[in-house]
Design a protein around this ligand. Structure first.
Ligand code: SF4
Length: 394
């Protein structure tokens, strides 16, 4: 079923429209967990690449507007290099979703321009409801978010009241509000390990690959939702093996949203920030990177003497999702950043009661990770009973 593409009357630049296939987990009460999926279609529109002179003009005007409006850019590693560079050049940040959340909450600017996908803008608004949060394109979604509808997920949770609900940040505000904990890929392992130590059984959503990886690493009792990221799900083990044989000195860096076969072959597995760290510290000159190719921009910037290659997918001629670049991250462009700054369009709104409920599990994550950074794993783990007092140990 094709989702209708809304008319875009406010844009003054052309955008290529793509149909994007994703999986919707099928769940019913007779099954202990969501095991099957149906194929669904969504859409994405990718703004045209501006010509060099226009690009420069847009960048200059964005700089002026940011200063005029007390605004700061918060960009994800997977968005266009222009939006990554401009964020850093103007005092903003390019980072993974955990750091984006922290930075937006702690920065003094009154307006945050979040370049990424919708859940990132929502998280920024939940953590800073008093600030204006603008997104270049609010229709930029995520297959993990689409694959975890709040009503289905809530019914699933209701069937398992003995489990602590841990959801990945790539979910709607409604799903977060149903959770006990929100995690990102940079802290999920530590949070689940600490919950396991405290005697909790876990209900995990939505990414099945990340859930399985954490289950294997921690030995925790985890019931998994069956969602997947359309980008990481597409890396191909057979082709990857061939590439590794061609480059025997290369090290494979994989995001844990990739399939079990890819993760098993990797020399380092982790979030985008962990991948950057591994590229810095591993003693190799060549790397194959199994995550969205937007990250290669930052890797090449930071480590120009090293070589980075994309892990193979079925290729962009196969389907839109096989190009190793998220079609929804690609919806963010310079022209829209300028437009939303000038007009105030695309301000993120989250109802106050939802902000209150969704904030609690996000704050737990931020409290946990702050303790982890400052005092280490043991101190962070000891916080768990205090951070989830109503649950106690299962
Ligand atoms: S890369 Fe995957 S997980 Fe990230 S926003 Fe795109 S679909 Fe979602």
């Amino acid at each position: 079923m094709l989702t209708a593409l809304p008319t875009r009357s406010h844009s003054d630049h052309p955008a290529a429209r793509k149909t994007v296939e994703y999986e919707l987990p099928q769940w019913n009460q007779a099954l202990p967990q969501a095991t099957a999926c149906t194929t669904r279609h969504a859409w994405a529109r990718v703004p045209a690449e501006p010509a060099p002179a226009e690009r420069q003009r847009l960048k200059n005007r964005i700089r002026t507007e940011l200063a005029k409006r007390n605004a700061v850019m918060v960009s994800h590693f997977y968005v266009h290099p222009d939006l990554q560079d401009l964020a850093e050049e103007t005092g903003g940040i390019v980072s993974d979703s955990l750091e984006m959340a922290r930075f937006g909450r702690d920065h003094a600017a009154q307006t945050l321009v979040v370049s990424g996908v919708r859940f990132m803008g929502e998280t920024a608004k939940i953590l800073s409801p008093e600030k204006t949060v603008l997104m270049p394109d609010q229709d930029a979604t995520c297959s993990l978010d689409l694959g975890c509808p709040a009503a289905d997920f809530s019914a699933f949770c209701d069937l398992h009241p003995d489990r602590t609900v841990v959801v990945y940040a790539n979910t709607s505000a409604e799903v977060k509000a149903r959770a006990d904990w929100v995690v990102t890929s940079s802290c999920a392992l530590e949070v689940v390990a600490a919950l396991k130590e405290a005697g909790h059984k876990i209900l995990w959503a939505p990414d099945r690959h990340l859930g399985r990886y954490i289950q294997e690493q921690t030995g925790a009792d985890m019931l998994l939702w069956n969602g997947a990221c359309i980008v990481h799900d597409e890396f191909k083990a057979f082709e990857l093996q061939a590439l590794m044989q061609e480059h025997p000195g290369a090290r494979l860096l994989a995001h844990p949203e990739s399939s079990a076969e890819i993760v098993a072959m990797a020399h380092a597995v982790g979030s985008t920030s962990a991948i950057i760290q591994a590229a810095k510290t591993l003693d190799a000159q060549e790397f194959i990177v199994a995550t969205d190719n937007g990250l290669l921009h930052k890797l090449r910037q930071l480590l120009p003497h090293k070589r980075f290659m994309e892990a193979p997918t079925a290729g962009s001629s196969a389907t839109c999702k096989s190009c190793a670049h998220c079609p929804w991250m690609a919806m963010n462009g310079l022209a829209d950043v300028l437009r939303v700054l000038e007009t105030g369009d695309n301000a993120v709104h989250v109802p106050a009661d939802l902000v209150k409920r969704a904030r609690l599990p996000i704050d737990r994550m931020l409290g946990f990770t702050a303790a982890l950074k400052a005092q280490g794993r043991h101190a962070a783990a000891s916080l768990v009973p205090r951070l989830v007092p109503h649950l106690g140990a299962a």
